[in-house]
Write a protein that binds this ligand. Structure first.
Ligand code: KG4
Ligand code: ZN
Length: 343
């Protein structure tokens, strides 16, 4: 009997404000996961400044890659493939990872595999759930994206719902800024919400008339801003924890309702969440409860694999590699790369 050779992937991620590298064996076993977060650098500007992100990626990328190999106790020559996020994301940030990956691949002769960032987020679920296989429905909620995706097979996706305006994480970040919690808003609202009453203020749950799985969060954000303004005009004190908890509840209600409608419609018994917002404790609890009642298995990555990381890119790259997908040295950053699209 022929033994399959282990596939070791050195994965690189630099699409936004995390410089990350990881070594992943056979798509599901993380041997190292190094993340240099730039959050502190961007905090004083209230959000990610693209130029600062690119510059910091350049400074950190080699260090992070070397650390990933050291932590995995492996040498570059032992890698089967070099994987890198090539879109979507900030073009200057993406270019740093793509250039580093191409240079390493060129110098070593190890094949190059470009990966879609959202495909990485979805694949983060494979790392800790060894039994999870497509098909399933996945809700991807991050700072830049809110997608409801049918994962038909490895690398095969159908987006059935998307946001019409702000992404869920963007709404968290904007509302957090408005109530004085600062950047990044998601984790701060998550924490403060635990002290607040989610039923204190009723914020709208938006529906998109012609597309039942689409999301819209800008109306909710405006409703929070209007509420804050009217309190100020009336001289009423604002209970930050109640505002945070009520806003979070409104986001969760919409995400849960749309996701469960999709799961029911498609008849799958498996549902997963992914992306930075997927680490929200209220959201996880809500899905645990509703999936428990409906006898649906609920999958979610640990928080460290929800926010941007390279291990998820290594997981996605494994399935691309197994399909024979390789990229040439003409691989470029594609800031608006579509899910399922291969360039
Ligand atoms: O996936 P990610 O790291 O980057 C993108 O690809 O966008 O997601 C970052 C987003 C930010 O908007 C952040 O506020 C949000 O995820 N986030 C959270 C939580 N942790 C991070 N949102 C809600 N609750 C959290 N615990
Ligand atoms: Zn991301």
């Amino acid at each position: 009997m022929k033994m399959e050779k282990d596939v070791y992937i050195l994965a690189i991620e630099s699409s936004c404000d995390e410089t990350a590298a990881a070594v992943v064996r056979n798509g599901r076993e993380v041997l190292s996961n190094v993340i240099y977060s730039q959050i502190a650098l961007h905090t004083e500007y209230g959000g990610v400044v693209p130029e600062i992100a690119s510059r910091k990626h350049i400074e950190k990328i080699n260090q992070v890659i070397e650390q990933a190999l050291t932590d995995a106790e492996m040498k570059l020559e032992e890698m089967t493939a070099i994987a890198v996020t090539y879109g979507p994301g900030l073009v200057g940030a993406l270019l740093v990872g793509v250039s580093a990956a191409k240079a390493i691949s060129f110098a070593s002769g190890i094949p190059l595999v470009g990966v879609h960032h959202i495909e990485g987020h979805i694949s983060a679920n494979y790392i800790e759930n060894k039994e999870l296989e497509p098909p399933f429905i996945c809700l991807v909620v991050s700072g830049g994206h809110s997608h409801l995706v049918v994962v038909k097979d490895y690398g095969e996706y159908e987006i059935i719902g998307r946001t019409r305006d702000d992404a869920a994480g963007e709404a968290f970040d904007k509302v957090a800024r408005a109530i004085g919690l600062g950047y990044p808003g998601g984790p701060k609202i998550d924490k403060v919400s635990r002290e607040g009453n989610p039923d204190a203020i009723h914020f709208p749950r938006a529906k998109v008339a012609d597309a039942e799985y689409d999301f819209s969060f800008s109306g909710l954000k405006s409703a929070v801003l209007n509420y804050l303004n009217s309190c100020q005009m009336k001289g009423e004190a604002i209970n930050t924890a109640d505002v945070a908890a009520s806003f979070q509840r409104a986001v969760i209600d919409v995400l849960v309702e749309h996701s469960m409608d999709a799961v029911e419609r498609y008849g799958y018994k498996k549902f997963a969440i992914a992306g930075g917002v997927a680490s929200n404790s209220g959201l996880r609890k809500a899905f645990e409860e509703v999936c428990g009642k409906k006898d649906i298995t609920f999958y979610h990555p640990s928080p460290i694999y929800c926010t941007d990381n390279a291990a998820m890119i290594g997981a996605a790259a494994y399935y691309e590699f197994q399909k024979g997908i390789r990229h040439g040295f003409d691989l470029n950053a594609v800031p608006n790369l579509k899910l399922g699209e291969r360039i």
